[in-house]
Design a protein around this ligand. Structure first.
Ligand code: AKG
Length: 431
């Protein structure tokens, strides 16, 4: 069954999309769309309700495109003066924009490219596989799409995501570890005996026996590897493939680098506020943070919905790696502005917890991603978070906010989202 988004004959491309329930079976379409989540099916009721037309969000008017303040992290390694200037510039951006971009961040382009390839491989799998419990050995909530709590045109989103808690990345890596085991097996039974044999110039009488042993070892190693690959492909419903297509170690490598970078950025930002240097080391651990890989498929009706709905981030700070398609927007002085993508930069934004910790000095800014009719977009957001028990308290007095733990904050969000469809966020904790 599919719902089609139709353009009126005369009207403006962006503003005159009309939805019509056109329910039919279209085999070719559904095969081509096998990877896509069933957005239209899910949003059918909201889209069909003409009353909701009035609620249409304004996502396609001409937005001003701005370059975020640019922080060159290589300046941290120049003299003390340049270092201080760089840290102050970062603080100023966190105060005035809540967003900045960083270059010379020490995450190699090559790794970012590999991460994007991993994302493509993950999201190009059939929707049925992606939404299976245990997809990539992760819990069922890891793969997300659309907005399950959408109630109106104001909160429809056209994107899918794999949200990976860092403590789960190693689960994704189980297959690789077994492969590693087989490589060791190969090394032990094939390479070592060959080297040792050559080294000691074994008597020629023993050579046939040694060859036979090698042959059997190679065969056993290959067959075991094949059996393993086959079993894991079957488990994931994939076609048997001798070379596995998925490499979770890239994701782990990126997450490690992003975590290191996030901690350093959080510490530099803390210097401007007099927060003690080891605050983040004490309260954050890599396993409390998460990586969200996003895919924004081309959206037939970009005037009707978002890529991601407006929100602030529930963390200390977020590091975003995005491709060059664009679509990220932030609210600045009451207006939506588009962030100009920079191929050399990562985007950093302040989250709710840093706003609370800094007593409102650093700003957790509402942002969103607009949907794109033609081009698919990828991004990866690393959310730097404290442990669940960490109590967040303003660093100066009088405090704007009550102190709260991450756990309390999360529970409040869950309640609010259920009751109102909106996260509400920090304003719940204002004194
Ligand atoms: O895709 C982007 O640029 C931003 C992603 C984002 O805001 C999120 O994942 O929460």
């Amino acid at each position: 069954m599919s719902l089609h988004c139709q353009k009126s004959a005369k009207g403006d491309k962006m503003n005159t999309h009309k939805f019509k329930a056109d329910i039919h079976q279209d085999r070719e379409d559904s095969e081509a769309m096998a990877i896509e989540p069933p957005f239209f099916e899910k949003y059918k009721a909201i889209l069909q309700s003409s009353a909701n037309e009035k609620e249409k969000p304004s996502t396609v008017e001409g937005f001003e495109e701005l370059e975020l303040p640019l922080i060159d992290l290589s300046h941290l390694n120049l003299g003390p003066l340049e270092r201080q200037e760089c840290i102050e510039k970062m603080g100023q951006a966190a105060i005035e924009w809540g967003f900045f971009q960083i270059v010379n961040h020490a995450v190699p382009d090559e790794l970012l490219n590999r991460l994007k390839q991993e994302q493509i491989k993950v999201f190009q799998q059939p929707f049925d596989k992606k939404s299976e419990n245990n997809f990539l050995n992760l819990s069922v909530q890891s793969y997300r799409w659309g907005n399950p709590l959408a109630t109106s045109l104001r909160n429809l989103s056209w994107s899918e995501a794999l949200h990976i808690s860092l403590k789960d990345i190693s689960k994704m890596d189980e297959y690789n570890k077994l492969r590693y085991f087989f490589s060791l097996y190969y090394l032990y039974y094939i390479i070592f005996p060959t080297i040792v044999g050559l080294h000691y110039q074994m008597p020629s009488a023993m050579a046939p026996c040694c060859c036979l042993r090698h042959l059997i070892s190679v065969t056993v190693a290959c067959l075991t590897q094949c059996a393993f690959e086959f079993a894991s492909d079957r488990q994931h419903g994939l076609n048997f493939n001798l070379i596995r297509q998925h490499d979770p170690s890239t994701i782990e490598e990126y997450a490690e680098k992003a975590n290191f970078l996030a901690q350093r950025l959080a510490e530099y930002l803390a210097q401007n506020l007099g927060i003690k240097a080891n605050y983040f080391q004490e309260n954050c651990s890599p396993s409390s943070s998460s990586l969200r890989m996003n895919r924004y498929p081309p959206c037939p009706c970009p005037s009707m919905m978002f890529g991601i709905i407006p929100h602030t981030d529930t963390d200390f700070l977020t590091i975003v790696s995005q491709d060059q398609v664009g679509g990220l927007q932030l609210k600045r002085n009451g207006r939506w502005v588009s962030v100009k993508p920079n191929p050399k930069a990562l985007v950093v934004n302040i989250g709710d917890f840093y706003q609370a910790l800094s007593n409102g000095v650093y700003k957790s800014i509402t942002h969103r991603v607009i949907a794109n009719q033609e081009t698919e977009r990828y991004s990866a957001a690393y959310f730097y978070c404290p442990t669940y028990e960490t109590v967040i308290e303003s660093c100066s007095k009088p405090s704007l906010y009550k102190k709260f733990s991450f756990k309390e904050y999360r529970e409040q969000i869950q309640k609010d989202v259920k009751a109102t469809g909106d996260k509400v966020g920090l304003s719940r904790f204002l004194l």
